[in-house]
Design a binder for this molecule. Structure first.
Ligand code: FE2
Length: 433
């Protein structure tokens, strides 16, 4: 563990202390980095309040647009047909809305029958291998409140999941999503938008009649490391040096190689978008995903702790080993924009910018199933190449990937997806060619 911060020496503005692994004295490190960021902003001739006000007014405009969409009865979430993505007929207007909102529903990403067959295949896979008899309870504390029957299945290597991950249709959508980001700058290629790293994640199957408390509003890109590591300080440089107007939530610079502080909710991969593919039809009022569909909200989350009303050793509740919370106490403006997905059908997919705040609404006596496969867009980059080493080993041995609890249910399951079923996309995604 690093206890003494290193100092960045580049540039003329006051340097920021940084910690490349979790600081031992968290309150001390928070105090130190906040004071340093404030000094750095003030060296630009602007105050922290002025800089925050720029972001606040940008966000306020977006919130007003979202209210206006709702009042007109329009979907806040952009919706694009897969056929238009495949045929290259997505309009400039649709792309502009995707970038403005940072989220997307892809209609008919897979044929409905295909998605339903995958869902049935997953049931056969887990039942045939005695999963429910051997299930030992939640392996982590994040989704741990679901009770004795799993809602999140710690299953990674079913034929259904791997077929979807390596499919042509998945690659086509991921490529469109990755293209919304700037992936090259300063002579550096930060990621390859045409090659995904097949980030393995779990399955959710929530049965009819389920009661669920949902998940509170949070975001997933990191915790204190977002303010404290050198690479994230570079990624968010415009927020910390007075050039806040230049902040671009779609710029991948310095985001795809640096370290992260470990924690139960950490994602080792860089994801341009988080996402899932629906394996059942789901109505918009049945405990579904919501986002704050404003990519610039990240700037608000990063700057809000610097204001005077937040205690010096507090980052608006962000700490290591817990999800990054968005709260009524610190972020009421952002939460006004919280918007649920429209009705989706099996085979549709749902995507949201990796920095965006999201939540899952509670539901009582759920009508119909709520089944999804989590499949993000995690393009090939230094960080994802590093993680792919352990993903490869987990794939070959049927183990839980190293980002997840060590449950390893599938090691002895004979019908898990085998290496000889990999196509070129699958092999490239796992770093096998
Ligand atoms: Fe999340």
């Amino acid at each position: 563990m690093t206890t003494t911060p290193a100092r960045t020496t580049a540039g003329t503005a006051p340097a920021l202390p940084h910690w490349e692994s979790t600081p031992e004295d968290l309150p001390g490190a928070i105090r130190e980095v906040k004071a340093a960021i404030r000094r750095r902003i003030e060296a630009s001739g602007r105050t922290v309040d002025e800089v925050f006000a720029v972001i606040e007014s940008r966000v306020r405009e977006r919130v007003a647009e979202i209210h206006a969409d709702r009042d007109r009865g329009e979907s806040v979430w952009p919706v694009i047909d897969y056929a238009d993505i495949e045929n290259g007929t997505v309009t400039a207007e649709q792309l502009a809305k995707l970038r403005r909102r940072g989220c997307l529903v892809v209609r008919g990403h897979f044929p409905r029958e295909q998605a339903l067959a995958w869902d049935a295949g997953i049931v056969d896979y887990v039942e045939g291998n005695g999963f429910f008899e051997s299930y030992r309870g939640p392996g982590d504390d994040f989704f741990g409140s679901v009770g004795s029957k799993p809602e999140i299945y710690p299953i990674y290597w079913s034929p259904a999941q791997m077929e979807a991950r390596q499919s042509e249709r998945m690659a086509t959508v991921q490529s469109l999503l990755n293209a919304q980001w700037r992936h090259e700058s300063d002579g550096v290629t930060w990621f390859d938008p045409e090659r995904d790293s097949l980030y393995p994640d779990r399955i959710r199957r929530r049965p009819p009649g389920a009661d669920s408390n949902g998940l509170g509003a949070h975001c997933d890109p990191g915790t204190l490391d977002l303010w404290m590591t050198e690479s994230y300080q570079r990624a968010f440089r415009h927020l910390f040096d007075g050039s806040v107007e230049d902040y671009d939530p779609w710029d991948a610079a310095h985001r795809t190689a640096g370290p992260q502080y470990p924690g139960t909710t950490m994602c080792s991969a860089f994801r341009t978008f988080q996402g899932w593919t629906a394996l059942s039809d789901m109505a918009h009022d049945q405990g579904v995903l919501h986002t704050v569909p404003i990519p610039e909200a990240m700037a608000y989350l990063m700057l809000r702790p610097l204001l005077d009303d937040v205690p010096d050793d507090d980052m608006c509740g962000v700490t290591t080993n817990q999800v990054f919370p968005a709260s009524e106490r610190w972020h009421p403006l952002l939460l006004e924009a919280l918007s649920g997905i429209p009705d989706v059908q099996a085979g549709d997919s749902v995507w949201w910018h990796c920095d965006m705040i999201h939540s899952v609404a509670p539901v009582q006596d759920q009508q119909g199933w709520g089944n999804v496969m989590y499949i993000p867009a995690a393009p090939w980059c230094e960080r994802n190449e590093r993680y792919a080493v352990s993903v490869r080993q987990a794939f070959l041995s049927g183990s839980s990937p190293s980002d997840f609890p060590e449950e390893h249910y599938e090691r002895t399951w004979p019908d898990r997806f085998a290496a000889d079923g990999l196509n070129t996309t699958g092999r490239r995604g796992l770093g096998l060619e």
